[in-house]
Design a protein around this ligand. Structure first.
Ligand code: SOE
Length: 378
């Protein structure tokens, strides 16, 4: 008999949909002791939140997140709000003894993030941050290969996250989906939204960073603000590129922008070691490119591994070998890992503490982008 685990979700945007879908599907494919129950969803607009609850099968709604985190029938709070609310909701949820699943990035800055870590650690509640790309089977497979030492000494790590949806100067900032352009709600632009993903994966695969040097740019300086109706200064970074030294001696190169015409969500990374290299591309997410220096002779070359066999991470839970899965499954895997952590009492990675490292790197990147100097990672 499975045990219910009651979810209370705050926010219902794009991420609210990906998470709800994952909660609904997970126990059809993973044999978990706990089964998520969509107990309540919370947002300020009552009519809209009721519509969302009906679509996804939430049992009830709230319009004030404070009420939600105090409800006795909720076990876990899922934070899917704009970034400026993560801190207050997480602290209140932890004080009420709730487990927490928080959307990325953890917080607006490392100071907030540290307070959030202390709150969940003091309360002793299970906590995780939705850096979902770790849970793509090909990316988890890359982690296995690296941990097995197959690449040997690592020399280079490079990653890109390219989009093009904010090029129009007529696009307003603030409110609904456009809070990502408003620094007051998002904290930063592409650094917290997109590079945070690249940094999370990089630190997971290649270890901690020592220092960074960055350049940031805001191409459109003013936009109408949806909440005030006025034209206001844009304070987010539209584009950011940075170099870093990893603690293992390798060099890192990262680029992210929302101004790469033709690219919608092109996340790629490559890692080069003395014995081999690995490449991955979100647009082909079920494949891992692998080069092995041992393959001597005329047959040497890059291998494109279709990560769909039952001995590949997570894949034994899905269809049959050769049939691929997609973007939404990374969230299903995250929920499966979360439920396993709850059952076994083990940390669910990335934890708040793991994600604080990403937050510190984002802060250092933004600091360096302003100063033009190298910034050390605290
Ligand atoms: C922004 O467009 C966005 O939706 C991010 O917020 C997500 O984290 C990223 O995975 C895709 O792009």
């Amino acid at each position: 008999m499975s045990k219910p685990l009651n979810i209370g979700m705050v926010g219902y945007g794009f991420m609210g949909r990906t998470h709800s879908n994952a909660y609904r599907k997970v126990t059809n494919f993973f044999n978990t002791e706990y089964k998520p129950v969509l107990k309540a969803v919370c947002a300020r607009d009552e009519a809209k939140v009721r519509g969302f609850a009906d679509t996804w099968g939430y049992e009830s709604i709230e319009t004030d997140w404070r009420k939600l985190v105090e409800r006795k029938d909720i076990d876990a709070i899922d934070i899917c709000t704009p970034n400026n609310l993560h801190h207050d909701i997480a602290i209140a949820a932890a004080a009420n003894g709730k487990m927490i699943l928080c959307e990325k990035p953890l917080s607006m800055n490392a100071q907030e993030g540290e307070a959030m870590c202390q709150a969940v650690e003091k309360a002793g509640v299970v906590n995780t941050v939705w850096y979902n790309y770790r849970k793509v089977p090909a990316v988890t497979f890359a982690k296995q290969l690296i941990d097995e030492g197959r690449l040997g000494r690592i020399f280079h790590y490079r990653a890109n996250f390219l989009q093009d949806w904010t090029i129009s100067a007529d696009l307003p900032q603030g409110g609904a989906a456009l809070w990502r352009l408003d620094a007051a709600a998002a904290g930063s632009g592409v650094t917290g939204d997109l590079l945070a993903h690249c940094i999370d994966t990089a630190v997971w695969l290649n270890g901690s960073m020592k220092n960074v040097t960055a350049m940031t740019e805001t191409f459109v300086k003013e936009r109408k603000h949806n909440l005030t109706g006025k034209v206001e200064k844009v304070s987010i970074d539209d584009a950011c590129a940075f170099l870093c030294h990893f603690k293992n001696g390798s060099l890192g190169l990262f680029e992210s922008t929302r101004y790469a015409r033709g690219h919608k969500a092109l996340y790629t990374f490559e890692i080069n070691g003395e014995n081999g290299s690995i490449k991955w591309d979100l647009h082909d997410l079920h494949r891992l490119q692998w080069f092995d220096y041992k393959d001597e002779g005329p047959l040497r070359g890059w291998r494109s591994i279709h990560v769909t066999d039952s001995d590949h991470p997570y894949m034994s839970h899905w269809w049959v070998p050769g049939l691929q899965i997609g973007y939404e499954h990374s969230f299903v895997h995250h929920v499966a890992d979360f439920l396993e952590g709850v059952e076994k009492g083990t940390p669910v990675c990335p934890t708040f503490r793991d994600s604080l490292e990403t937050q510190k790197i984002c802060d250092a990147v933004l600091k360096s982008g302003k100063s033009g100097s190298w910034a050390e990672i605290e």
